[in-house]
Write a protein that binds this ligand. Structure first.
Ligand code: PGA
Length: 256
């Protein structure tokens, strides 16, 4: 069974045109292991510059560009939103959907997130669907219930068969930007739960969905995390803003 690994950079509302240049130049010389994709997700104003620069520098075809959010609507009077068609036109291939910051700061619900995943799939974009529990939910042993409640509306809307084109990022909210990474055992146990949950709906699809871990991944802990049986790479925030550190993380990923 070949399951690809993915390392995705989530720049959040950070970075500038200089970082676009530094990152592309840094990634030019990268040696990726077998069956690995790298995705860079800058803020939307930099998508175009990144696409142009990546093309000009003839970046490895395994390196793609992603957006951090997309509208569930096709077009129309939605000030500030970005459509799937706009992303397609820019040759964007991936889109992060349902990041915990979108869920908490912008009150995105699991139903709305399911609509976004559906819109992305229809447009041929690969959604990186983020799920994760809060510290209080982990402390009160609600992690599995929370993750199931975040996944089920998406399964109901798009159908489990479509998950073959979905990437899931498990990001415990308490580990994001805090320096508190989940231990590799804890992360593996939760990833195993997610895969089993998907397997209840379709075993062969579940075996192929890349499950990324996110939350304070850095150059020192990536190797141990990526070595776990159900961890297929990472969604990297802070450490993705430093080209040298990000390269180390990308080089540690390997398809399973
Ligand atoms: P972090 O962010 O690596 O800075 O913890 C991860 C994320 O929010 O995707």
């Amino acid at each position: 069974m070949a399951r690809r690994a993915i390392v995705a950079a989530n720049w959040k509302m950070n970075g500038d045109l200089a970082l676009v240049d530094t990152m592309v130049s840094g990634l030019k010389s990268i040696k990726l292991q077998e069956n690995v994709n790298v995705v860079i997700c800058p803020s939307s104003p930099y998508l175009s510059a990144l696409v142009v620069k990546a093309k000009a520098e003839k970046l490895n075809a395994a390196i793609s560009i992603g957006a951090q959010n997309v509208s569930e609507h096709k077009n129309g009077a939605f000030t500030g939103e970005i459509s799937t068609q706009m992303l397609q036109e820019l040759s964007v291939k991936f889109v992060i959907i349902g990041h915990s910051e979108r869920r908490s700061c912008y009150k995105e619900t699991s139903t709305q997130i399911a609509h976004k995943v559906n819109a992305a799939l229809i447009a041929g974009l690969t959604p990186i669907l983020c799920i994760g529990e809060s510290e209080a939910e982990r402390a009160t042993e609600q992690t599995e219930t929370v993750l199931a409640a975040q996944l089920q509306p998406v399964i109901d809307e798009v159908g489990i068969e479509k998950f073959i084109d979905v990437v899931i990022a498990y990001e415990p909210v308490w580990a994001i930007g805090t320096g508190k990474t989940a231990s590799s055992e804890m992360a593996q146990d939760t990833h195993q739960f997610i895969r089993q949950f998907l397997a209840q709906a379709n075993e062969s699809v579940a075996a192929k969905v890349p499950l990324l871990y996110g939350g304070s991944v850095n150059a020192s802990n990536c190797e141990e995390l990526f070595a776990q049986a159900d961890i297929d790479g990472g969604l990297i925030g802070g450490a993705s803003l430093q080209a040298e550190q990000f390269k180390i993380i990308c080089s540690a990923a390997k398809g399973k």
